[in-house]
Every structure is written in structure tokens, then in C-alpha cells.
Design a protein around this ligand. Structure first.
Ligand code: TDO
Length: 184
């Protein structure tokens, strides 16, 4: 795998290293040792699939409070998304900053999301599927959200979102949401 660290430290764009032949190619999409070599030690505990019939569907921005914070390894397996993360680590020099990456099924590109980041995506095509593995169990009482259009964060979405859950429309303002408390 080819790891490219982003301007948000600990978040990586990961491309597969293709071993091609007449059949196509083989590549690893996750490897404990390669991730450990980049200081990523949290193994996946859950894998999720998200199917989105409509272009313009936005899911996010989600995170779980410590000690249930999750790392995520995100790939688009059909269609295309604009995948976005926000650094919620108060001690980080990039606290409150966001990053967006286009992930498409054709590119096989992935985004690694560290713990204590909010994550969300916007579908750029109809019939878009997203698969992601997660390092912590779903902990509903520790779920929190950051509003997709929070003016303090100022995420620039490439197209206008047209389908968002009621929950995701009503996340509190960033300054009310953080600092991230430590949950039990
Ligand atoms: C995330 C999750 C949801 N659910 C349930 C709760 C609810 O009934 C239904 C749909 O949940 P949501 O509306 O939260 O689904 P969704 O908006 O797709 O949530 C996901 O969004 C992306 C951006 C992420 O990063 C994920 O971690 C996750 O938060 O599925 C589980 O049972 N297990 C899970 O792990």
C-alpha cells in the first residue's frame, strides 16, 4: 500500500500497490504490519457498508467520544464520494480544520481516518456504495455529530447536498459540541 500523510497529521490517503497481470491486478487493502509501520495500531473490529441510491446524499459528520473513538478506513466500492474529515483533537495544531478527498470505485483509493476526527461523505453519483472498517464497536450513547454546514468549520462541498437525515441536519454548533468530553 502507498501511504500519503495529509496535512492533518495521522490521516492518510492510501493507494493500493497493484500487482498486475493479464487477469487484472492483486493488491492488499489492509495489512496489520503496514499500518503498524505508520504507527496505526488499532485493528478493525467492525466493517460497514453504506448504499446510497441518490447523488447528493450526505452522511455525517460523525464521531464517537472516548473511550469509544474510532479509526476508519474508508473506500468507495461503487460510484464516487467526496469524503471529509475534521480534526477534533484539541491539542492538535490543525484542530477544527477539515480535509476532503474524492474516493471513487475506479481509483481504489482509501482514506484512513484517525480517532477523534469527525467523518462524513457526500455521494457524487447515483448508486454509490461505501465500505469502511472501524476500530471500535458501535456505542450509540457515545455518538456525536458535527453539522455538515457548520460555519465555524466551513467545509466546501463540491455539489449541493440534497438528501440528509433529520439527525444530521440538527447537530449542534461546533462551539457547543466540543471540547470533546471523556465518556465512560
Ligand atoms: C453506525 C451504526 C448505525 N447503526 C444503526 C443506527 C440506525 O438505526 C441506522 C442508521 O444509522 P446512521 O443514521 O447513524 O447511519 P450513517 O449516517 O450511515 O452513519 C455512519 O456515517 C458515516 C459517515 C460514518 O462515519 C459512520 O461511522 C457512521 O456514523 O443504523 C448500527 O446499528 N450500527 C452502527 O455501527
Amino acid at each position: 500500500m502507498i501511504f500519503t500523510e495529509t496535512e492533518l497529521a495521522g490521516a492518510y490517503i492510501i493507494d493500493v500497490d497493484r500487482m498486475a497481470d493479464e487477469r487484472g491486478f492483486f493488491a492488499r487493502s489492509w495489512c496489520e504490519d503496514e499500518f503498524a509501520a505508520h504507527g496505526i495500531l488499532m485493528p478493525p473490529l467492525q466493517a460497514n457498508v453504506s448504499s446510497n441510491p441518490r447523488r447528493g446524499t450526505l452522511r455525517g459528520m460523525h464521531f464517537q467520544l472516548p473511550p469509544h473513538e474510532e479509526t476508519k478506513l474508508v473506500r468507495c466500492t461503487r460510484g464516487a464520494i467526496y469524503d471529509v474529515i475534521v480534526d477534533l483533537r484539541e491539542e492538535s495544531p490543525t484542530y477544527g480544520q477539515w480535509l476532503g478527498v474524492e474516493l471513487t470505485a475506479d481509483s481504489f483509493r482509501m482514506l484512513f481516518v484517525p480517532g477523534r476526527f469527525a467523518h462524513g461523505f457526500l455521494t457524487l453519483q447515483d448508486n454509490t456504495d461505501v465500505c469502511y472498517q472501524v476500530s471500535a464497536k458501535y456505542a450509540p450513547g457515545h455518538e456525536r455529530g458535527l453539522r455538515w454546514n457548520d460555519p465555524t468549520i466551513g467545509i466546501q462541498w463540491p455539489i449541493v447536498p440534497t438528501l440528509i437525515s433529520d439527525k444530521d441536519q440538527h447537530h449542534p454548533d461546533f462551539y457547543l459540541n466540543v471540547p470533546v468530553e471523556v465518556g465512560g
